[in-house]
Design a protein around this ligand. Structure first.
Ligand code: CAA
Length: 286
């Protein structure tokens, strides 16, 4: 395989917040996608969210094809062997838990064709560590989409210790076919670039609130109006999901990343307040 033009079939493993959006991005670009998760209900829910997003894009005139044509490229399954059979490229997007990810990759490695490239959408866990669960370390790469994948242009591509230049080149080309802007990260450190910077900002914002008594709403307003960010740090934490954010902080700090802890985040997660998706986080959502 010498170019991403030869990539036709793609599997996305995990149909949650990121997995369903990544599936949508591939289907819009014309790829056949098999989407896998552990239950039919999760998959049904993911397809509904993809339809809803496609309809919004279509209303704004951003699609070249009908919603149904794009949706017809997506098939779903709860079986990993069926998901990866005959694929050229695979993206894993299960929760941010290293053991879970390694188990999925170990299984996928048994059934996927030997030429298939394995990509992880991990936002924090070093690629080298994950690649060691497979027999195709040279064909293993980080491919980190931003939330929401259909709207966010940037994709962080991380090279692990064993990733070949060919795998990097194919993946960069592929992301351009997806109409995204790839940024190649050559240092496989926990959190890569985006989350090391982003979470330092968000954890610093949390420190200002907890230690200096700044109001959450004021801090977010400053970030939007002065720093020019589309969302303030607390709005963004709610949007990413507070459970996911906590997973990210833990995965990075366990691997040596140093930042202020944010007990507020932990308290909200313990109360089941997970942000936009649960109806309440730092803010309430109707
Ligand atoms: N699919 C399709 N359309 C969508 C959509 C989706 N998933 N989400 C929103 N839209 C549409 C809305 O329907 C709306 O369309 P109209 O203008 O036609 O009404 C339009 O996009 C704008 O949406 P909103 O008015 O609701 O809100 P907005 O203008 O604030 O835009 C946003 C939404 C693009 C998410 C914007 O707020 C934004 O860029 N926020 C920051 C997101 C960000 O930083 N993401 C990265 C997070 S970090 C990360 O992901 C890495 C990690 O590992 C944690």
């Amino acid at each position: 395989m010498s170019s991403s033009l030869s990539i036709r079939k793609v599997a996305v493993l995990g149909a949650g917040t990121m997995g369903h959006g990544i599936t949508e991005v591939f289907a819009i670009a014309g790829y056949e996608v098999r989407l896998m998760d552990i239950s039919d209900e999760i998959l049904r829910n993911a397809l509904n969210r993809i339809r809803d997003s496609l309809e919004r894009l279509s209303k704004r005139g951003e699609l070249k094809e009908s919603v149904d044509t794009i949706l017809s490229r997506i098939t779903t399954t709860t079986n990993i062997a069926a998901a990866v059979e005959g694929v050229d490229f695979l993206v894993e997007a299960v929760p941010e838990n290293a053991e879970l990810k390694k188990n999925i990759f170990r299984e996928a490695d048994k059934y996927a064709p030997s030429h298939a490239i394995f990509a992880s959408n991990t936002s924090t866990i070093p690629i080298t560590e994950l690649s060691e669960a497979t027999s195709r370390r040279d064909k293993f790469i980080g491919l980190h989409f931003m939330n929401p994948p259909p709207l966010m242009k940037l994709v962080e591509i991380t090279r692990g210790k064993y990733t070949s230049d060919e795998t990097v080149n194919i993946t960069v080309q592929l992301t351009r076919f997806l109409n995204k802007e790839p940024v190649v990260v050559n240092k496989d450190v926990p959190g890569f670039i985006v989350n090391r910077v982003l979470f330092r900002v968000m954890l610093e914002a949390c420190r200002e609130v907890m230690q200096e008594g700044v109001k959450i709403i004021d801090l977010d307003a400053m970030a939007r109006n002065v720093l020019g960010l589309p969302m303030g740090p607390f709005e963004l934490l709610d949007y990413i999901g507070l459970d996911t954010s906590l997973f990210i902080v833990k995965a990075m700090t366990e691997r040596g990343f140093r930042a202020h802890p944010c007990p507020l985040l932990e308290d909200l997660v313990n109360k089941g307040k997970l942000g936009v998706k649960s109806g309440e986080g730092f803010y309430k959502y109707p």
